[in-house]
Design a binder for this molecule. Structure first.
Ligand SMILES: Cc1cc2nc3c(=O)[nH]c(=O)nc-3n(C[C@H](O)[C@H](O)[C@H](O)COP(=O)(O)OP(=O)(O)OC[C@H]3O[C@@H](n4cnc5c(N)ncnc54)[C@H](O)[C@@H]3O)c2cc1C
Length: 555
């Protein structure tokens, strides 16, 4: 009798050494001495991500955080037990300085690139432990921007510690039942105390990683008016010195589609003791540094999920046979993987463009044009990479056939976890409006055009057509932004505008990379192919659209 066939699974290797594009990108963006200095750390993280953490992730698959609200004697305790992988991830994150690096500033303006290269490698094997890390980084940056010395002295050493026993993480509690997009409607009240502190009362509807030691949150001081300007930014520690919760009840953990290892809770603040971070109003403005940071984390982790899904799909294509050949040899399957590779490179290039500019800003090595670009880049990169990740991870799962749909392959969770990236830290629509209405579109667009023109200047003949396509899409977006003055039509087009800006810049960045790769002979054929393929995919999403046909479809 024939032996029954069993399929060998895809295997991951060192996720840094195997990532041709990331390595070339870092070689282009970093001075050689910086790359040489950080490469041992990247190699170690690549090994952890492809080996120890990846294996633990598979073993830990069925574990989820558990909330125990009561002890046997009837005391309310609201204790949350984290999964084994999260406990390990917390130690690794501190030791590798995933939050600390940009605050240590060892490599000046390259510190953010260093940090986010590590985050990119760590993220897909961390069960989204990057969620609390992002908020921790955001809290550190927000406190620094606030200038509140007492809070900086108290919390910053903890938030940026490399000692797992000392390190804190932070939550970001904004969303209430009234809305996450329109947080100006928040109902949480802040009542002043005789000692200058405040007590907070209200319900926070989504609070991720509620096991953090501190949080930044919004509440309305009594007597303040409505809207975001009537809210103030508060700092609180989740536990009292005796270990009890600080006026906080954990009502329940959310039963979520994905990110199920992240303990996202509904909280009731029942007199939580808090300190005002920066005055008693304009909280939504004061928390902006937090959002800028978490949106960058979102962008890098989106690209990281794409790379992981593709790495697995490519490994599987080398194992699986159909119609007498490995999948990796079937022309149409190869085409699918090549499309995914180009899309993944584009998202990665855009995310690291954002990160590189953040690093420049924090090192005070940024000019006005770059600052205007950064302001527009943050929402556009977040919204575009999240959508790219969703499409790419879904396609990569299909590349496994039925196996991709089966839970204990560890593949479906990738898609579920990716879905959140377009929702939290601002939905696609909200960020598109932010890009169009709030960011300084005129200065931002000018800087965007300058950046694209620099990237595609003096390209060799094989990159001329992609360059023309990138410029054409961008020109159309700029013309639309200048000509479309009707406020309703402008809002309706915001998402297509943002996608067009983003995809045009992605194409330009791949072209810039390809020109460098040709000069250096580093993965030149791959880099040129990625630029050409990506530029042939739709870049201009404003073309041929008409918001006049919306009403008959919706009303
Ligand atoms: C897993 C998870 C964890 C989370 N963790 C946290 C956390 O730790 N802290 C926190 O504060 N929040 C957290 N959130 C909440 C998240 O930030 C919000 O869900 C998100 O901001 C959207 O808010 P909402 O759910 O109230 O939706 P709404 O604001 O009600 O939006 C509903 C829909 O309307 C659209 N919309 C809204 N306004 C406009 C507009 N002007 N024009 C066009 N479309 C619009 C949105 O795009 C969306 O599609 C988390 C969410 C999830 C899913």
């Amino acid at each position: 009798m024939n032996e029954l066939f069993t399929q060998s699974p895809p295997r991951l290797g060192n996720q840094y050494l195997d990532d041709r594009f990331l390595r070339a990108l870092l070689a282009r963006l970093l001075p050689p001495e910086v790359l040489a200095d950080i490469e041992p750390g990247l190699t170690a993280m690549g090994a952890l991500a492809g080996e120890e953490l990846y294996e633990l992730q598979q073993r830990d698959r069925l574990n989820e955080p558990r909330l125990t609200q009561w002890d046997p004697w009837g005391n309310r305790i609201d204790e949350i037990e984290l999964t084994p992988l999260w406990q390990r991830a917390a130690v690794l994150a501190a030791e590798h300085g995933l939050v600390a690096i940009p605050y240590e500033q060892r490599h000046g303006r390259y510190a953010r690139l260093h940090q986010f290269a590590l985050v990119y490698l760590f993220h897909p094997s961390s069960d989204v432990y990057t969620c609390p890390l992002a908020m921790t980084d955001g809290a550190a940056r927000t406190l620094l921007a606030s200038g509140n010395k007492a809070l900086i002295d108290r919390a910053l050493p903890r938030l940026t510690s490399r000692d797992p026993a000392q390190a804190w993480t932070s939550g970001q509690w904004m969303t209430e039942t009234t809305g996450g997009s329109d947080v100006g409607r928040s109902q949480t009240r802040a009542v002043p105390q005789a000692d200058g502190r405040w007590r907070l009362y209200g319900k926070k509807w989504f609070t991720s990683a509620v096991t953090s030691q501190m949080a930044l949150t919004l509440a309305r001081p009594e007597g303040n008016g409505p809207g975001g300007s009537g809210l103030a930014l508060f700092y609180l520690e989740t536990h009292n010195p005796d270990g009890s919760l600080n006026g906080i009840r954990v009502e329940r953990l959310k039963d979520k589609l994905g990110t199920r290892k992240v303990p996202t809770a509904e909280l009731f603040l029942d007199g939580a003791l808090a300190e005002a971070v920066m005055g008693t109003s304009n909280g939504t403005r004061h928390i902006e540094p937090m959002l800028r940071i978490t949106r960058a984390w979102n962008s890098v982790t989106a690209a990281a999920f794409m790379r992981r899904a593709l790495a697995l799909a490519r490994a599987y294509a080398e194992e699986r046979e159909a119609f007498g050949a490995k999948l990796a040899q079937l022309p149409l399957h190869r085409e699918t993987l090549a499309d995914l590779e180009a899309e993944t490179r584009a998202a990665t290039a855009l995310a690291f463009e954002l990160v590189a500019l953040m690093g420049r800003e924090e090192a005070n090595e940024i000019n006005d044009g770059q600052r205007a670009l950064l302001r527009l880049l943050t929402p556009v990169t977040k919204l575009l990479t999240a959508k790219q990740a969703l499409a790419a991870v879904s396609e990569a799962i299909e590349a496994f056939g039925g196996a991709g749909y089966i839970e204990d392959t560890g593949l479906p969770v990738l898609l579920r976890d990716t879905q959140v990236l377009s929702i939290w830290e601002g939905t696609t629509n909200v960020l598109a409006l932010d890009a169009l209405l709030r960011a300084d579109v005129v200065a931002g667009l000018r800087a965007w055009q300058a950046r694209v023109q620099t990237a595609v200047a003096n390209v060799p003949a094989e990159l001329a057509e992609p360059a023309a396509r990138a410029l054409g899409a961008l020109e159309h977006a700029a013309a639309w932004a200048a000509a479309e003055t009707d406020p309703r039509r402008r809002q309706a087009g915001a998402r297509r505008f943002a996608f067009t800006l983003g995809r045009a810049l992605e194409a330009a960045l791949l072209i810039e990379h390809a020109r460098w790769a040709l000069e250096r002979g580093v993965d030149a054929a791959g880099a040129v192919a990625a630029a050409r393929r990506f530029a042939r995919a739709p870049l201009d999403l404003l073309a041929g659209t008409d918001s006049d046909d919306t009403a008959p479809l919706i009303d």
